[in-house]
Every structure is written in structure tokens, then in C-alpha cells.
Design a protein around this ligand. Structure first.
Ligand code: HEC
Ligand code: HEC
Ligand code: HEC
Ligand code: HEC
Ligand code: HEC
Ligand code: HEC
Length: 241
């Protein structure tokens, strides 16, 4: 629609999104961020103890501000509430509490994924759950069934893809933890390729040469939903090019 636009602005020590339509405007702060920014980020603001999504998100691959999916194009609307499900995967302790004036998020929430998401609520180290296997990761890494996505294609299905690999089916022992240590960020393909060696000798592959295993067997793949997005497929296989 004509005359609709959004502005990102800094005021004092805060950042705001302002939507303008037919001479009227609404402005809300960037209170919280979802996403480390690998694929994209979306932004939330507080109102009366609840969280709402700002209408404009950032899409990393195209380096652009985009309409937060789920918001209709061409109108100024800041009304999309963020349900507890998003926060159950992206943060910790965001329970809805009933109060006299309506529902609100509990005060003891924390940003980020706390230890107890994977290790349980144990009081001390000895009782801590020792997670193993793929099911724990599957809770959050099986792709998003809920449309619309917050950022196009933000939710990869690494579990489904890995399970479709012969490495998974024939070994009976391949888990996410074979390659990833969730306690630290590791994005170096050379380091991750070395993990293939847990099962495959260096001489199994005559085609390899000095190139890293994952560049041929877990190639960067174009996203289905948006052409500029690439991700590394978790279906380990022989790809003919
Ligand atoms: C079932 C758990 C789950 C739910 C529910 C979920 N997400 Fe996610 N989200 C993830 C995971 C896991 C990733 C990282 C996925 C990847 O890299 O493949 C992610 C990625 C993202 C990203 C991109 C992050 C980045 O670093 O690039 C954004 C933005 C996002 N989610 C927003 C949302 C919003 C908003 C909702 C609610 C409408 C939501 N998510 C619901 C698990 C979830
Ligand atoms: C995303 C899930 C996840 C989160 C979040 C997480 N961990 Fe872990 N943690 C694991 C998994 C999986 C293992 C098992 C690794 C293995 O067996 O190789 C593990 C192992 C451990 C171990 C070693 C346990 C043992 O049996 O030797 C410690 C200690 C630990 N985590 C502490 C923490 C702390 C402290 C935090 C919070 C800062 C945390 N973890 C957050 C998944 C997680
Ligand atoms: C409670 C939900 C949850 C669980 C359980 C979970 N993850 Fe995640 N994971 C996320 C979210 C959300 C992100 C995206 C973080 C962001 O961008 O803010 C993520 C990101 C990642 C990343 C990418 C890190 C990077 O480089 O950016 C890896 C690898 C990963 N998770 C592995 C695992 C593994 C392995 C397990 C099982 C041991 C696991 N996760 C369990 C929610 C979860
Ligand atoms: C936990 C053990 C394990 C790990 C780790 C592992 N694989 Fe495998 N992989 C296997 C097994 C078992 C097979 C099946 C062999 C057979 O059919 O004889 C296999 C098969 C393959 C195949 C043939 C696939 C096909 O569809 O024909 C390729 C290619 C492969 N692996 C590459 C890799 C690469 C690259 C890595 C690291 C990114 C890796 N694997 C990590 C166990 C593993
Ligand atoms: C054989 C090794 C291997 C296994 C097993 C593996 N990954 Fe990965 N993973 C990789 C590589 C390589 C990358 C790309 C690293 C990068 O670019 O930062 C990656 C990247 C990721 C990312 C970042 C987003 C993306 O898609 O690029 C997430 C999230 C992730 N893995 C989750 C998982 C989960 C969950 C499992 C178990 C279902 C798993 N991985 C099993 C090797 C592995
Ligand atoms: C330059 C691309 C490339 C690289 C790098 C590469 N491979 Fe391969 N790999 C191939 C191709 C192509 C085939 C299929 C070969 C054929 O059918 O003749 C293959 C086959 C395989 C197979 C199946 C062998 C069989 O006989 O079924 C395994 C296992 C494998 N590679 C593991 C690895 C490992 C582990 C690494 C890293 C040390 C690696 N590859 C690096 C291209 C590559």
C-alpha cells in the first residue's frame, strides 16, 4: 500500500522500529533478539508482561530487512504475539502466569538455552542428567512444523536428514554428538571433517585428496524456500555434480 514504510532508529540508548502509514505512526523498542544471526534475527518487545514481534526482521543471506513472515505486507501492524513455544526452544523459563490483569510471562525467565534444557533441573552435579542419543536434539532440530517461519527457512531439520544417511542407518552409533560439542561453537569444516575418521579410514575415499570431507559429502545446499539461503545438508552421501 502507498505511504507505508518502516524506520530503524536510535533514540537515547535504545533502538526502535517505527512503522508509518497514512501519516500515523507506531514505534516500539527492540527489547529482545531471537537468533544469533546465522540465518536471521527477529526482534521482540514487551507490552504488559507479554512479548510481541516487531514487524521487520533481518535476513542474513540477503543482508536485508524483511517483513517478519506472518505479518501481512503493506500494513503497519505490531500485534503478533510471541507464544511460549518459540521461547521454549529459544530461551528458558518463559512460563505464562495468570494474574488478575491477564496472562504474563514469569519473571524468572532467562535468555538463551540454559543447562537444564538438556541436563534437567538437578540440584547438584551428581544428579545431572547425562543426555545421549539424538532424541534430545530432535526436540528442537527437526525443522519447524508451525508455519509461518519467523525468518524464512530458519528451522533446519538436521535430525531427519542425518537419519536418512547410510552412516546413521548402518553404524547404529552416529549421533549429533559424534561431530558437535554443544558447549562451544564450532563452525570450522576442517575440524568437523576430522570426525568422519571416527568410522572411516583416511584411505576409504579415493576421491577425497586434500579437500575436506564435508565439502563433498555434506555439501552446501540451496534452501527450498528462499533462493539466497544456503545451509550444509546433514544427509551424508555421495553427491554427483
Ligand atoms: C521446536 C523448537 C523451535 C521452535 C518452536 C521455534 N524455533 Fe526458532 N529455531 C530453532 C532452532 C533449533 C534454530 C536453529 C536452526 C538451524 O540453524 O537449523 C532456530 C532458528 C531460529 C532463527 C534464526 C536464528 C539464527 O541464528 O539465524 C529465528 C529468527 C527463530 N528461530 C525464530 C523463532 C520464532 C519467532 C519462533 C516462534 C514463532 C521460533 N523460532 C520457534 C528452534 C525452534
Ligand atoms: C543443547 C544441550 C545441552 C546444553 C544446553 C548443555 N549441555 Fe552439557 N552436555 C550435553 C550433552 C549431549 C552432553 C554429553 C556429551 C557427551 O557425552 O559426549 C553433555 C555433557 C556435559 C558434561 C559432562 C557430563 C559427564 O557426564 O561427564 C557437563 C559437566 C556439562 N554437560 C555441563 C553443562 C553445563 C554447566 C551447561 C550450561 C552452561 C550445559 N552442560 C549445557 C548437552 C547440553
Ligand atoms: C531447547 C532447544 C534445543 C535443544 C534441545 C538443542 N538445541 Fe541446538 N540450537 C537451538 C537453537 C534455538 C539454536 C539456534 C541458536 C540461535 O541462533 O540463537 C541452536 C543451534 C545449534 C547449533 C548451531 C550453533 C552455531 O554454530 O550457530 C548446533 C551445532 C546445535 N544447536 C546442536 C545441537 C545438538 C547436537 C543438540 C542435542 C545434544 C541440540 N543442539 C539441542 C535449540 C536447541
Ligand atoms: C559413526 C560412524 C560413522 C561416521 C562418524 C561417519 N560415517 Fe559414513 N558411513 C558409516 C557407515 C557404517 C556407512 C555404511 C558403509 C557401508 O554401507 O558399507 C557409511 C557410509 C558412508 C558413505 C556412503 C554413503 C552412500 O550413500 O553410499 C559416505 C559417502 C560416507 N559414509 C561419508 C562420511 C563422511 C564424509 C563422514 C563425516 C562427515 C562420515 N561418513 C561419518 C559410518 C559413519
Ligand atoms: C558427521 C558430522 C556431523 C553430524 C553427525 C552432525 N553435524 Fe551438524 N554440522 C556438521 C557440519 C560440518 C556443519 C557445518 C558447520 C558450519 O558451517 O558451521 C554442521 C552444522 C550444524 C548446524 C548449524 C546450521 C546448519 O545447518 O548449518 C546445526 C544447527 C547442526 N549442525 C545441528 C546438528 C544436529 C542436531 C545433529 C544431529 C541430528 C548434527 N548436527 C549432526 C556436521 C555434523
Ligand atoms: C572432492 C570430493 C570428495 C572429498 C573431499 C571426499 N570424498 Fe568421499 N567420495 C567422493 C565421491 C565422488 C565418492 C564416490 C566414489 C565412487 O563411487 O567411485 C566418494 C565415496 C566415499 C565413500 C564411499 C566409499 C564406497 O566405496 O562406498 C566414503 C565412505 C567416503 N567417500 C568418505 C570420505 C571421507 C571420510 C572423506 C574425507 C577424508 C571424503 N570422503 C572426502 C568424493 C569426495
Amino acid at each position: 500500500m502507498d505511504g507505508v514504510y518502516f524506520r530503524m532508529e536510535r533514540r537515547g540508548d535504545g533502538f526502535f522500529q517505527t512503522g508509518v502509514q497514512a501519516g500515523r505512526s507506531q514505534s516500539e523498542p527492540f527489547d529482545l533478539v531471537i537468533g544469533s544471526g546465522r540465518r536471521g534475527q527477529t526482534y521482540l518487545y514487551w507490552r504488559d508482561g507479554l512479548l510481541f514481534q516487531l514487524p521487520v526482521s533481518y535476513h542474513v543471506a540477503s543482508k536485508r530487512w524483511i517483513n517478519s513472515p506472518g505479518y501481512e505486507d503493506g500494513i503497519v501492524n505490531f500485534g503478533r504475539g510471541i507464544p511460549p513455544q518459540c521461547l521454549d526452544c529459544h530461551a528458558s523459563g518463559f512460563r505464562l502466569e495468570r494474574t488478575l490483569t491477564g496472562d504474563r510471562y514469569a519473571q524468572d525467565h532467562r535468555l538463551g538455552i540454559g543447562c537444564e534444557k538438556c541436563h534437567g533441573q538437578a540440584a547438584d552435579h551428581k544428579q545431572m542428567l547425562r543426555p545421549s542419543g539424538i532424541d534430545l536434539c530432535a526436540r528442537c532440530h527437526s525443522g519447524s512444523k508451525d508455519e509461518p517461519h519467523a525468518v524464512p527457512d530458519a528451522h533446519g531439520n538436521q535430525v531427519g536428514l542425518l537419519k536418512s544417511s547410510k552412516c546413521f542407518q548402518k553404524s547404529g552409533s552416529l549421533t549429533c554428538g559424534t561431530c558437535h560439542n554443544v558447549h562451544r561453537m564450532e563452525r570450522n569444516p576442517a575440524v568437523l571433517s576430522a570426525k568422519c575418521g571416527v568410522c572411516h579410514g583416511a584411505s576409504t575415499c579415493k576421491r577425497g585428496g586434500p579437500t575436506e570431507c564435508v565439502s563433498c559429502h555434506m555439501p552446501l545446499t540451496q534452501s527450498r524456500l528462499i533462493e539466497v539461503q544456503t545451509y550444509r545438508t546433514h544427509r551424508i552421501a555421495v553427491y554427483r555434480r
